[in-house]
Design a protein around this ligand. Structure first.
Ligand code: UDP
Length: 422
């Protein structure tokens, strides 16, 4: 298709730093796929809620990709969970912009996450622009795989998601496993569910000058045994598993202490706002605070060096619709140890680019991590596997496949109008 689409991502902005608060993989996904769609001739307007009165209403982030800020509710202090209370204001704000634009300005509405899906549903009904929706995470999937510290997602969110499933013209899932959950847990019609794998920026996330050079740059000892977590620090992402695994490792192999470093990069997020402090206390309690290093979120241009410098990147999430961090690390040549769940089973090729671990028993994680740390030759083999596995996932392909879904939706609309005309 050619033309322009409206992307709805209301609860977090594409301009936000990922890895803290509500900003994570979805923000990266929306921006990266928009950039590639624009390069393919489809302009993207990303609608998000204004969280600062001084933000310009329109920000062009690249040719063909524009962020539009919608005023709805207070600029500060409105949590993601409270955002559904502003649905009327959000609809009003977006419709005001739509009404100021020429007729048929947008061909498709594409919403991300259930709150924007609800908005998209309403806008689609009012404008007759077809709605494509991507969940990113789903309440019923999260509730099936909860960490001890987590509270379940409320059923009202699951109902909200079910309504979107029923009313969107097409749903995009990251993996076959997510597509299956949409059908089995939400009653989606399999014909309207499309699988589009996310990607990785293969120009930014590269092996670069290699591990040794990255360590010199970051001032990390050449012989450190460095395992790294990158992402929002919240129970669902499982950083606690790594803290406990490190404690296990040091109990069995105290000689590792001098060289071992667990680096946790990212900030507090959502309901887990006290999580970084809780983890620090836990590390102290377990007597491993000397080997655990907490880092604030790191800008994308600096992240590749952190991946390159690591011996292993660990993704111990309880559920994950994909896991961009896993792909980024592999593209930088670093093997990944991840939970054998959801999208991580696609993002990591078990035994080829890293290792998948069943469950969250710190003893199991410690066994897998120590074995890999003790075997540099195996890590080199996995590193080569990681680079070639990640090379299969470029954002161009994500954008191309997404455009195919839009074409499918638009061709269905044409079929319907032909039938009506007969
Ligand atoms: N991220 C970042 N800086 C950080 C931590 C994370 O830019 O300090 C980015 C990371 O590179 C990745 C995204 O945030 O692209 C996290 O995506 P992922 O799919 O791994 O997790 P999600 O946030 O979707 O749960």
């Amino acid at each position: 298709m050619r033309g322009r689409i409206a992307t709805l991502m209301m609860h977090t902005s594409p301009l936000d730093q990922a890895g803290i608060g509500d900003a994570g993989g979805m923000n990266i996904y929306v921006v990266e796929s928009a950039l590639k769609m624009a390069a393919a001739g489809v302009d993207v307007d990303i609608y998000t809620r204004a969280t600062d009165p001084y933000l310009p209403k329109i920000v062009e982030i690249a040719p063909g990709v524009t962020v539009r800020h919608i005023e709805a509710g207070p600029f500060k202090g409105l949590t993601k969970e409270e955002l559904p209370t502003q649905m009327g204001a959000l609809t009003h704000g977006v419709m005001e912009v739509f009404n100021s634009l020429p007729k048929n300005y947008y061909k498709i509405l594409h919403s991300h996450y259930w709150i924007s899906g609800q908005l998209g549903w309403m806008l689609s009904e009012r404008t007759s622009i077809p709605l494509v929706h991507t969940m990113h995470t789903m309440a019923r999937v999260k509730n099936l795989h909860m960490a001890d510290q987590e509270s379940p997602e409320p059923e009202i969110r699951a109902i909200g998601e079910e309504q979107i499933v029923k009313n969107a013209a097409a749903l995009i899932a990251n993996t076959d496993s997510e597509a299956a959950s949409l059908v089995s847990l939400y009653g989606a019609c399999p014909d309207t569910v499309f699988v589009v794998a996310p990607g990785v920026d293969l120009k930014r996330f590269t092996v670069g000058a290699g591990k040794a050079a990255a360590r010199v740059k970051l001032d990390i000892a050449p012989d450190a045994q460095m395992i790294t977590f990158v992402g929002r620090v919240q129970p669902h992402k499982g950083p606690e598993v790594l803290v406990r695994a490190v404690a296990e490792m040091l109990t069995h192999s105290p000689h590792m202490r001098a060289k071992l470093a667990l680096v946790i990069i990212g900030g507090a997020s959502g309901a887990g706002s006290a999580e970084p402090e809780r983890l620090k206390d836990l590390a102290k309690f377990l007597g491993v605070d000397d080997v655990i290093h907490f880092m604030p979120p790191i800008a994308r241009e600096d992240l590749p060096d952190w991946y390159r410098a690591s011996d292993l990147v660990c993704v111990p999430s309880y559920s994950e619709s994909f896991g961009l961090v896993a792909l980024e690390a592999q593209a930088c040549g670093t093997p990944v140890v991840a939970t054998a769940i959801g999208g991580l089973r696609t993002a990591v090729a078990d035994g080829i680019s890293g290792s998948l671990v069943d469950g969250h028993d710190p003893r199991a994680w410690s066994a897998v991590i120590s074995r890999l740390l003790a075997d540099p030759a195996r890590r080199i083999t996995l590193s080569l596997g990681a680079i070639s596995h990640a090379a299969n996932f470029g954002w161009e392909s994500t954008a191309r496949r997404t455009l195919d879904v839009y074409d499918w939706v638009l061709s269905r609309g044409e079929e319907t109008s032909i039938k009506l005309a007969q």
